[in-house]
Ligand binder design. Structure first.
Ligand SMILES: C[S@@+](CC[C@H](N)C(=O)[O-])C[C@H]1O[C@@H](n2cnc3c(N)ncnc32)[C@H](O)[C@@H]1O
Length: 360
């Protein structure tokens, strides 16, 4: 690597004795100085990026996804480090999370348009991690047009997605397959805690008597109500509340549920917050298990990369012991297949989802 490399440049990587080791994206700000893009001595040109993108898109096409919204590019796991591309019908939402991908965006966008036939590409470059790269946090139209409301379908559920202002790139696409799985067990009175736009609530509603969807954000609650109406899910009721308070209140009022979903935001955004995060996970799971009837199902998730699978399982076990609720693990799940995990890059495995059955 030359010391004069520009921020975000594609650089040739050489070993200590000058042996060529491939190509990488260089950052002059991040702790991740080099993100490897190829270990081969090949030209890193437009044809290289077209082939990488085509492989990522082709893999999604091969999955037979029953939805019009899904992830097309999952960064390192598609050998396109720090690049996220989500598809919402015929529009794309992109995130370039390193200096290298930021600099390559003008090359990537026309290729994406060509390969997908998309009518527009939006950059949701507002994640905080861009600060670590010395990059601005922006939301901007990169090509064509992208409306504030895009109708999409996930299985039998239709949503209106706002890619400009919605959380993440508009939807929590990583939970699509877990929503499908949860619907296989849901029954009776359902509580969907941390609901966002009602993803679990709407998927579970056909199997449920009633669904109560709770989120702290007024905007999310308005989305749940609108999406429930759009899908004719008349048994879904949304309310604005802090789940920590709400679980306590429901317990005080002696309420009981047959199915509970816990899908909180990442409590551990860094290693420094792991201890606090674990106590948060313990509290919500313990309370949810108390609210659950014997024979009921708890669908419990963590999207904190810093709380790994073993730590999460331990928290759930402790919640089960402390709430005197023996549970069996019915399914151990993760993020959907359109968000693959690259072995050797642990950061690509972040979402854990357990489906548990309360015994008794
Ligand atoms: C991971 S998202 C949920 C995604 C959703 N379950 C889905 O399938 O699309 C987490 C949600 O929790 C909400 N939230 C964060 N803290 C909360 C709290 N203390 N109480 C209630 N909701 C909260 C956020 O507004 C966000 O919508």
């Amino acid at each position: 690597m030359s010391a004069e490399a520009e921020p975000g440049a594609v650089v040739r990587v050489k070993g200590p004795r000058g042996k060529a080791m491939g190509w990488a994206l260089f950052s002059d700000r991040s702790q991740i100085t080099l993100r490897m893009i190829s270990r081969e001595d090949v030209p890193i040109d437009e044809a290289f990026w077209r082939a990488r993108l085509a492989t990522a898109i082709g893999f999604r096409e091969s999955l037979g996804i029953d939805a019009t919204a899904y992830r097309l590019v999952h960064a390192e796991a598609d050998l396109l480090p720090s690049l996220i591309v989500d598809r919402y019908a015929d529009r794309l939402v992109l995130q370039a999370l390193s200096q290298g991908m930021d600099r390559l965006t003008p090359v990537i966008v026309p290729l994406l348009m060509e390969l997908t036939g998309a009518a527009g590409v939006l950059a949701r470059n507002d994640p905080k991690v861009r600060q670590l790269e010395g990059l601005e946090q922006t939301v901007e139209l990169l090509a064509g047009d992208v409306p504030e409301r895009i109708p999409v379908r996930e299985g039998t559920v239709e949503y209106d997605v706002d890619p400009w202002k919605g959380q993440k790139t508009g939807l929590f696409l990583d939970q699509r397959e877990n929503r499908e799985a949860a619907a296989r067990y849901a029954h009776g009175r359902v509580l969907d805690a941390f609901s966002y736009n009602g993803g679990f609530a709407l998927s579970l509603a056909p199997q449920a008597t009633t669904v109560e969807a709770v989120d702290i954000s007024a905007d999310a609650v308005a989305r749940i109500t609108a999406n429930a109406a759009k899908n004719g899910r008349t048994n879904v009721e949304a309310r604005e509340a802090n789940v920590f308070d709400e679980l306590r209140r429901l317990e005080r009022d002696n309420q009981r549920y047959d199915t509970i979903v816990l899908d909180p935001p990442a409590f551990a955004k860094s290693k420094a917050s792991i201890v606090k995060a674990i106590s948060g996970y313990k509290e919500i799971n313990l309370r949810a298990l108390r609210l659950l009837k014997p024979g009921g199902f708890l669908v419990t998730c963590s999207c904190s990369y810093n709380v790994d699978e073993a730590m999460f399982a331990q928290v759930i076990y402790e919640a089960s012991v402390d709430s005197h609720s023996p549970v069996t693990v019915v399914e151990k799940r993760m993020q959907g297949r359109d968000h693959p995990v690259l072995l050797g890059v642990p950061e690509t495995y972040y979402l854990k989802c357990l489906i548990l059955r309360k015994m008794g």
